[in-house]
Each structure stands twice: as C-alpha cells, then as structure tokens.
Design a binder for this molecule. Structure first.
Ligand SMILES: *Cc1c(COP(=O)(O)O)cnc(C)c1O
Length: 429
C-alpha cells in the first residue's frame, strides 16, 4: 500500500499516495464525498467482502480520499500501511483493540497527553484492559512492569506536555525481549522530526489533528504499521494469527503477511467500532502534510527562541524544552529529533497556580485554548484544564503541576510571540 521509495521526505510529503485523478485530471486530491461504491459485478462484490481483493465498499472502511492520506502517512513514517481514524484517541483505541482482549494488560509511559492517561486508566477499564503506567525516563521501568498478560508497550516519542524525550530504541528492545510490540505516539515531533520505526517501534500512532493537518481545522488520527513485528512468534495475538470466525476462517497473518495488523485494524477495527475519518478531514490533512517539513522546522526554531528568552526571565522558575542545550533530554533530542525539538513545551512560574492562570488570561496574540500544533501560537494552564481530571500527584508526574504553563509555539514572528508572553507575565506578577 505504501509508496516507499528512495525519494526524499519533502517530496513524499507532497506526492506519496497521490496521483492526478484518472477520470478528471484533477491535480489536487478530490474530496470523495461518497458513502458507497458501485461493484463491477457480483463476483467483484463477493471478492471485496471476502477480503480477496482490496477496493472500496463503504466509507466506514475506506474512502478514496482517506486512502491517499493513509498511503502518504505510511510513506512518511516508513511503514508498510496505515489506517486513518476519526481522531487521535480513536487511533489509540483501534491500535490496542487489535492486540487486546478482556483481562489483558499493557504498559504505558506516565508522561502522556492527559487525555490518553484518562482514556487508558479509566475508559479502557470497561473493556477489561488494564494499563500499568511507568516513568519512561528509565526504560528499565517498562521491563519491570511487563508480565505474562502484557500485550503491548505504549509511549510518546516527545511527551505532551513535559518536554521529555523517550529512548525509543531502548524501550523497543525491552518490548521485543518480552515478545510484544512497541506502539509510539509520534504526534509532537511528527515524522518530519522523528522516525520511531527506524529505532524499532512496531506501530506508530498520531493525532493528525495537531501538526500533520497543522492548521487547527481537522480532527484525525492514524495508525502506521511498520510491518516488522512477527505476530506468530508466540501465542499472545490470537486475533491476528488464528482463523477469524467473522471472515469465514480467514487468518490475517497467513493471508496478509506483514500487513496483517493494518488490514485487521480496517477490516475488524473500523468495521466493528466505526471511528472513520471524514473525507473532508482527510483532504485538509493531505494539504497540511504537504508543508509539514517546512512548518516543523519553523515551529522548532521559534520554540527554541521563546524557550531561551523564558530562561532569562526572572519570574520563570524553569523551562522544559528538549531543544535547550542544558535540558536533561537534549542528548536524546539530538539522537531522535535531529531536525529540532518541536513546538510544544512547558515552563514553570514562580507565582504558582494563580500566576499560571494569570498569564494564559492576559495573552493577546497567543490563544488560550486546548489544542497544539496550529499555525497560531497557543497557551494553556494544564492543571486547570487538560490535566484537571488527574490527581495532583498524577499531574506532577505527567509534568503538569500547578505552576506549569504549556505553549504550542506557532509560525508567527518569534519577536511578536515573545512580546506577548512578556506583557502577560508582567500583567500577572
Ligand atoms: C491530542 C493528542 C492525542 C489525542 O488526539 P485527538 O485527535 O484529540 O483525539 C493523543 N496524543 C497526543 C500526544 C495528543 O497531543
């Protein structure tokens, strides 16, 4: 499915998966706003339903616009296939659904987007899925938490919001020693800055809502299958290697080889759970992906400038940006994100909770809202918003304590971003 060629990243960001429309010649990828697709004949219909042939049936499964975006993401992450979903959260749900049954467990970093901690720790309990959270800063913590029920290890490459870079290679080795895949949420750096599959990640997930669509206008998620994990190496993944009753005894591993996991995520995950990406959102995300490398470079340059300025401000107690030379994560950032440490980071204010709230309230250019990865600079106080559902202990361990302010630095002129933060700090201290 993927267009894995020797072309460079910027070329693939624009072209992978897309060709001029064969019917109309349209150069841009059309928005195929169609629910269903006419079968050539009864045999064709039967072959599509039996998964003997790939094609379009019904847009809950795949859609021609969504399919272009899937192929582009598979190419950019260096995987064999990708599956788009309605949001980042549904990508996480489907990614684990292929691996987990009731009573199974997975081990996850405790430095995750707050919504993921809530999804994993609360809602997934209803499926009988148990998560064990560990501090990812020491990869050995993952090994200690793995047991015979563990089906996957989950981490973010660059953590939201903490400015923590995970040692993907070390964590992948630990997962592989236990015969389970490593799933990496690569939302913050995007594939323009970090390529987890190169370092052993088996599955990559994204909230494409953020940097990939890039303009704060389209929800979406994607799962990329590296094609590297051998699902038949043990008895842990019966859904992928046993004959599937819902497909007349079809065995995904034997039939689809290194794309078994991705095909399962579509043919069972999307079919039965249904969190499909809308064609309009795929279109906006395809357009966003075309400028991804340029945007990530500028996001990173601006963020570094703002982070350095904050370090020199007397009201600021600390700045957690992996791109700063004195960050404890700078060496890992240089290894995993050589092109820049991204746009999102946190800083602490000496005036605690009240001053954090004051700064977000006084910003004028920066928007006070719950999102990241927009062209516009964004600011939020996690303890009172995104991480509000967590206990104070969980907030602190997730890097979202009461004094923490999170920034998602946009593509404006750095001087204007700094001037706005400067006046907001003065106004609230
Ligand atoms: C936003 C986000 C998610 C969830 O994605 P949605 O598209 O909002 O569902 C997951 N992981 C990270 C790192 C995020 O920033």
């Amino acid at each position: 499915m993927s267009n894995k060629t020797q072309q460079g990243f910027s070329t693939r960001a624009i072209h992978a998966g897309a060709v001029p429309d064969p019917t109309t010649g349209a150069r841009g990828t059309p928005i195929h706003q169609s629910t269903a697709y006419v079968f050539k004949d009864a045999d064709h219909a039967a072959a599509l339903f039996g998964l003997e042939e790939f094609g379009f049936i019904y847009s809950r499964l795949t859609n021609p616009t969504v399919s272009v975006f899937q192929d582009r993401m598979a190419s950019l992450e260096g995987g064999v296939a990708a599956v788009c979903t309605a949001s980042g959260h549904s990508a996480q749900l489907l990614a684990l659904f292929a691996l987990m049954s009731s009573g199974d467990e997975f081990v996850a970093s405790n430095k995750l987007y707050g919504g993921s901690i809530t999804q994993f720790g609360h809602s997934f309990k209803k499926f009988g899925w148990k998560v064990n959270f560990v501090d990812p800063v020491d990869p050995e913590n993952f090994r200690k938490a793995i047991n015979e029920k563990t089906k996957a290890v989950f981490t973010e490459s660059l953590a939201n919001p903490g400015g923590v870079v995970c040692d993907i290679e070390a964590i992948a080795n630990i997962a592989h020693d236990a015969g389970v895949p490593l799933i990496v949420d690569n939302t913050l750096p995007s594939p323009a800055l970090c390529q987890p599959i190169e370092y052993g990640a088996d599955i990559v997930v994204h909230s494409t809502t953020k940097f990939i669509s890039g303009h704060g206008n389209a929800m979406g998620g994607v799962i990329i299958d590296s094609g590297n994990f051998d699902w038949s190496q043990n008895e842990k993944f019966p859904g992928l290697v046993k004959n599937c009753e819902a497909y007349h005894g079809l065995n995904f591993h034997e039939t689809f080889g290194n794309m078994a996991y991705a095909v399962f995520c579509i043919a069972v995950g999307l079919r039965d759970l249904g969190p499909t990406m809308a064609p309009m959102n795929a279109y906006l995300s395809i357009t966003g992906a075309e400028t991804l490398p340029l945007r990530m470079q500028k996001h990173s340059e601006n963020a570094l400038e703002v982070a350095k300025w904050l370090q020199g401000n007397s009201k600021v107690s600390w700045v957690s940006y992996a791109g700063l030379p004195d960050s404890e994560f700078n060496a890992l950032a240089k290894k995993y994100c050589p092109g820049g440490a991204g746009s999102v980071f946190t800083f602490g204010v000496k005036g605690g909770y009240d001053m954090g709230l004051g700064i977000v309230s006084n910003c004028k250019l920066l928007s006070h809202l719950a999102n990241i990865g927009d062209t516009r600079s964004l600011i939020i106080h996690p303890a009172s918003t995104t991480h509000r559902q967590l206990t104070e202990e969980q907030q602190i361990s997730a890097g979202a304590g009461p004094d923490v302010v999170r920034l998602s630095i946009g593509l404006e002129d750095a001087a204007d971003i700094i001037a706005d933060i400067d006046q907001a700090i003065s106004a609230s201290s």
